[in-house]
Design a protein around this ligand. Structure first.
Ligand SMILES: NC(=O)c1ccc[n+]([C@@H]2O[C@H](COP(=O)([O-])OP(=O)(O)OC[C@H]3O[C@@H](n4cnc5c(N)ncnc54)[C@H](O)[C@@H]3O)[C@@H](O)[C@H]2O)c1
Length: 261
């Protein structure tokens, strides 16, 4: 069995850095034509240089996923350049918060607008293209926070629970068109978003104690899952959320097994 993404056209949002960047690089390595979008031009410039170095096909497009006109412009540019869109990865996200009593309205709005509304708007822009093709794969970044949320994470968790509900509804609406829609839940992947790797040893230990595998995830762990879900091999999987968290809280006290001799 081989994952074959040759000549598939993929859009990855928020792919300038972090998990999205690794997803884009992994898809490109498997032969896909990958369009990277991000809100930050300097990250797109870096990605563009790598694409050039490796001889990968694709585009780097500035896009704020909160803006419907930006998302539509991306879809138009990709259709014009490559004639189709096979894969959409709604990766762009932010994570900020505070306990509810202190949570600023702007923080709530930012999490909702980028994580949830951005996913909705980008899907809305791509759907007509995938319907015409009678094929497509849509993958939305949820989070382990949509399984068990954290204190101080009300805005983030609510937005990611929203992504899961949105995913299931959209899968239902698009099943008749042979378009699959799923979301995925990374657990703890050290990136610029969460700075897990910069915490004190004691804090890191407490976080790792929640993981069955007791090690951080890597962006590549998520990218590997995405490659499978975006491929023809996953054509019978839709309307679900896949946990990619190293077994976070798979049992009540996963650390016990790591302390045994
Ligand atoms: N890192 C983790 O442990 C983890 C866990 C669960 C879920 N996730 C989800 O995975 C996704 C990627 O996370 P990451 O850790 O790589 O974060 P990151 O901060 O490293 O990368 C996020 C990217 O999104 C871009 N972005 C932010 N706002 C945008 C906007 N309005 N429009 C377009 N692009 C925008 C940023 O510029 C950045 O390149 C997010 O949706 C996040 O919620 C991450």
């Amino acid at each position: 069995m081989q994952i074959d993404l040759r000549n598939k056209v993929a859009i990855v949002t928020g792919a300038g850095r972090g998990i999205g960047n690794e997803i884009a690089r992994t898809l490109a390595g498997e032969g896909a034509i990958v369009v990277i979008t991000d809100i930050r031009q300097e990250l797109l410039d870096e990605a563009g240089a790598e694409w050039k170095r490796n001889g990968w096909n694709g585009l780097q497009l500035l896009c704020d996923v909160r803006e419907s006109s930006d998302n539509k412009a991306v879809v138009e540019a990709v259709e014009k350049a490559f004639g189709r869109i096979d894969i959409l990865i709604n990766n762009a996200g932010v994570a900020s918060g505070a306990r509810v009593e202190e949570l600023a309205e702007e923080t709530w709005d930012l999490n909702m607008d980028v994580n949830l509304k951005g996913t909705f708007l980008m899907c809305q822009a791509v759907i007509p293209v995938m319907k015409r093709q009678r094929s497509g794969r849509i993958l939305n970044a949820a989070s382990f926070a949509a399984i068990v949320p954290s204190i101080g994470g009300a805005a983030y968790a609510a937005s990611k629970y929203g992504v899961e509900a949105f995913t299931r509804v959209l899968a239902g609406e698009l099943g008749a068109h042979e378009i699959t829609v799923n979301c995925y839940a990374p657990g703890m992947i050290p990136t610029g978003m969460n700075r897990f790797a910069d915490r004190t040893e004691a804090e890191k230990g407490r976080l790792l104690d929640t993981l069955t595998l007791r090690r951080w995830g890597s962006p590549r762990d998520v990218a590997n899952l995405i490659c499978f879900l975006a491929s023809d091999l996953a054509s019978y999987i839709t309307g679900t959320m896949i946990d990619c968290s190293g077994g976070k809280f798979a049992t009540q006290m996963p650390w016990l097994a790591h302390r045994e001799p």
